[in-house]
Design a protein around this ligand. Structure first.
Ligand SMILES: N[C@@H](CCC(=O)N[C@@H](CS)C(=O)NCC(=O)O)C(=O)O
Length: 207
């Protein structure tokens, strides 16, 4: 079977989750850089978003679908546990990330800085300010869940790989960097997962 090809951009938090999984499992893969709504992405993803995945005849969109497929098809440690209780908890944290934390932390807060900057404009203060209480509430949820160092059980799962790339952006922006001082478990988590080889290899360039 051919190598899987992950189509994304290095700054995509959702693409980084899937790429970290490939790294953690030791899969031989290719990374194809293609922006959202480019021809290469539109050919695979019906909404033109990244990440997208090609593996032989299979094309996939949605980061969690890719992660589940990769975890099943390739050898290496499992990141969706066999145990139904633990696996349900992984699903819970992936869903909380994809439906709430990603929205508040990335789409509303971080992109409130990044998208205007790319267009040579000032940060979108209204959007940033509106996101801050929600980001804080979401960090408080994670803070109490991270007493044990991982979101589920006592080892790395896809729950961590889904959430880490989003949290890793927060020290780089002023209000969230300040906010993190109240959330030591989250800071320790960002540092610990950030020290893994899979995080170092997928670290997007800053600036
Ligand atoms: N639910 C999708 C979300 C993908 C997504 O929103 N990707 C962002 C980049 S991180 C994107 O392509 N944004 C461009 C757009 O929404 O037009 C997934 O989990 O893969």
């Amino acid at each position: 079977m051919s190598k899987p090809v992950l189509i994304s951009i290095p700054v995509s938090n959702l693409g980084r989750s899937v790429q970290m999984l490939l790294e953690e499992k030791g899969v031989d893969y290719e990374f194809e850089t293609a922006s959202p709504h480019s021809d290469a992405v539109n050919a695979v993803h019906p909404l033109g978003k990244v990440p997208a995945l090609r593996h032989g005849e299979l094309t996939l969109c949605e980061s969690e679908a890719m992660a589940r497929y990769i975890d099943k098809v390739f050898d290496g440690p499992k990141f969706f546990p066999e145990d139904p209780t633990l696996c349900a908890k992984v699903d819970q944290w992936v869903s909380l990330h994809n439906t709430a934390f990603d929205t508040s932390m990335i789409r509303q807060y971080v992109l409130g800085y990044v998208l205007p900057k790319m267009a040579g404009k000032e940060p979108n203060r209204e959007q940033i300010d509106a996101s801050l209480p929600i980001v804080k509430k979401h960090l408080a949820v994670l803070e109490s869940a991270l007493e044990g160092g991982f979101l589920v059980g006592d080892s790395l799962t896809y729950a961590d790989l889904a959430n880490f790339p989003t949290l890793a952006y927060l020290p780089d922006f002023p209000e969230s960097a300040e906010m993190l001082k109240e959330f030591p478990n989250v800071v320790a988590y960002i540092d610990a997962i950030g020290a893994r080889e899979s995080a170092k290899k997928t670290q997007p360039r800053r600036g």
